[in-house]
Design a protein around this ligand. Structure first.
Ligand SMILES: Cc1cc2nc3c(=O)[nH]c(=O)nc-3n(C[C@H](O)[C@H](O)[C@H](O)COP(=O)(O)OP(=O)(O)OC[C@H]3O[C@@H](n4cnc5c(N)ncnc54)[C@H](O)[C@@H]3O)c2cc1C
Length: 547
């Protein structure tokens, strides 16, 4: 039997963004927190590096702003960058106050200061971290507190299908009233109504064959918001990490950049090094250049991977510096002290997403988007390392303040129409879903990956046009399953990426095309904004500049 749940706030997603929001709101509001699988499974859980905060005495907020703007290649919204960086210290302090165990610098000031690391693009040591598993420390600490809070109802193994909006239901305003959610344990669709709905569903790495993201990173929230009438922006800017372990069972395991930093060489299958012919800095060239070089060689030779070799270093040095990489590779049969590691680049981070203002508000009244799925304007055309967790925690704060301010202004929506299954049956051809899923991820990798061309993008567009039609038809005939929900969302996200990439007639930041290999200098850089057919420009349309 389908259930109707009523809460003040519905939060979809329990990564850094969703958990911070839940805990910030829970003393004042009754929260439903839903998560696709287990509470902690998320990109946040796997974040290794940390969060950027200008804490070093030689560092400054101005320098953090400048580095972020430089990385963004002319497309960052400077107001948003300033806002985010200005709130970094207080939001990091909130995490510290909530018990996140950031690593301390035992040499400095009697261990009273936090240890800071340095990453690409940052001109200072600026990254607070919890050893080499920062995301795990954040996720586990906050999840535990969410579980203990009596005002937070947690729904694990629940997958949101679609938003319910007032406009769709004959209300005067385009207001978000809740969502339909599949209970994966009981195989039924429940209705969640709320005064405010927050999407915090993370990125969309799964749209590509190779990704560092976990399976939950499917772009669900972006597709749901798009279908409901929200604009999305800058979907063409996908960050690829150059080196992910290549092995059929080793899903999403990153080989840290530090392996190259310590002298690791990238080799072709015949053992020939190739990076120097792409960039004089060789293996130490910036991430996007290394990723492009690997992609080029794989495509040229028709190979499935290249190799990263650190075995010329003493075995003890390797084991001491890279204990996790050593251990994980050994599990898959690669002793990295003796032989090279097979690697491929992998989709890592989505800079674009659902357009929001500085409070996380979307184009639909009552609907917020926070975290990796949101386009706030912070990252521009390229994300600076460790600014993404920062964005999660800063926008969780700003959205929570806005929601608390408005909470009592809106009544609970009351009973909403139940999910209608009267015209669907159980699928008799699950193979359609798996086949389309595999096809989509492969052509996205081959045609819409690290290096793009007009021809490749058009090929991909033809395929998504067909798949959109086929999947919509399948969706309207058969009962929903989690795989079908994800595939339906994945093809929409793929289509949004392709359309955005086709629109950008230049190479900028993370978008590189052989047909326009340089940035377009003739006019100011602009965001790629896509409008859904049901977009209702009005009072609630996000006014980015006036936020
Ligand atoms: C390997 C790796 C290393 C990284 N390292 C760093 C780093 O060092 N520093 C940094 O700043 N960033 C890093 N990033 C990026 C950063 O981790 C993410 O951008 C950030 O964690 C995203 O947080 P989020 O809360 O937006 O989404 P996530 O943490 O991905 O959480 C999304 C949540 O939404 C849920 N969900 C999704 N769809 C649905 C649905 N339909 N219904 C219900 N629930 C749903 C998921 O189950 C999950 O709970 C890294 C990312 C990866 C993958």
């Amino acid at each position: 039997m389908s259930i109707q749940y009523h809460h003040d706030v519905l939060i979809v997603g329990s990564g850094a963004a969703g958990l911070c929001l839940a805990l910030r709101l829970a003393d004042h509001a009754h929260i439903a927190l839903i998560s696709k699988t287990s509470l902690t499974e998320s990109s946040t859980l796997y974040a290794q590096g940390g969060i950027s905060v200008a804490l070093d005495k030689h560092d400054s907020i101005e320098s953090h702003i400048e580095d972020t703007l430089n990385a963004g290649a002319g497309l960052c919204d400077s107001d948003v960058v300033t806002y985010t960086v200005n709130h970094a210290r207080t939001c990091a302090q909130w995490l510290i106050d909530h018990g996140v165990p950031f690593t301390r610098d035992l040499q400095a000031n009697g261990g009273n200061e936090f240890h800071l690391t340095r990453e690409g693009g940052h001109s200072h040591r600026r990254i607070i971290h919890s050893a080499d598993a920062t995301g795990r420390a954040i996720e586990k600490t906050l999840a535990q507190q969410a579980r203990e809070h009596t005002n937070i109802d947690i729904f694990e193994n629940h997958i949101a299908i679609d938003l319910i909006t007032g406009n769709k239901m004959g209300f005067n305003v385009n207001r978000c009233l809740g969502a339909y959610v599949l209970d994966q344990g009981l195989h039924k669709v429940d209705v969640f109504s709320a005064r405010h709905v927050i999407l915090a569903t993370g990125g969309a790495g799964k749209v590509y064959l190779y990704t560092s993201n976990p399976d939950v990173a499917n772009g669900d929230g972006i597709a749901m918001a798009w279908r409901a009438g929200c604009r999305v922006a800058n979907m063409e800017f996908i960050q690829f990490h150059p080196t992910c372990l290549y092995h059929p069972q080793a899903k999403s395991f990153l080989i840290t950049e530090a392996v190259r930093g310590e002298g690791g060489k990238l080799l072709l299958p015949d053992g020939i090094p190739f990076m120097k012919s792409f960039d004089t800095r060789g293996e130490l060239a910036p991430r996007d250049i290394v990723a492009r070089a690997i992609d080029h060689e794989m495509k040229r030779l028709g190979e499935k991977c290249v190799y990263l070799d650190i075995s010329h270093k003493p075995a003890d040095f390797i084991r001491q510096h890279f204990p996790n990489v050593y251990k994980r590779c050994l599990e898959f049969g690669y002793d990295i002290t003796k032989k090279p590691i097979p690697v491929v680049p992998a989709a890592h981070y989505l800079c674009g997403g659902v357009m929001t203002d500085i409070h996380g508000r979307t184009d639909i009244e009552g609907l917020y988007a926070v975290g990796e799925m949101a386009f706030t304007g912070l990252h521009g055309a390229n994300r600076m390392a460790s600014n993404s967790l920062l964005e999660c925690i800063v926008f969780a704060e700003s959205a929570s303040l806005d929601i608390l301010h408005q909470l009592q202004n809106y009544p609970l929506p009351g009973e909403l129409p139940p999910w209608d299954e009267s015209r669907v049956t159980d699928s008799d051809e699950e193979v359609v879903v798996t086949h389309n899923w595999d096809e989509l991820r492969r052509f996205m990798w081959d045609y819409v990956g690290i290096v793009r061309t007009n021809k490749r993008l058009q090929r991909a567009k033809h395929r998504t046009d067909l798949l959109l039609q086929e999947i919509a038809e399948y969706y309207s005939n058969f009962r929903v399953t989690s795989d079908l929900i994800e595939l339906r969302n994945l093809v929409i996200v793929a289509d949004l990426i392709i359309r955005s990439a086709i629109q950008r007639k230049e190479s900028r930041g993370l978008h590189y095309t052989l047909d326009y290999p340089e940035p377009d200098q003739r006019q100011p850089a602009t965001n790629t904004i896509l409008m859904p057919a049901n977009y209702l420009a009005g009072r609630w349309a996000v006014e980015r500049q006036s936020a």
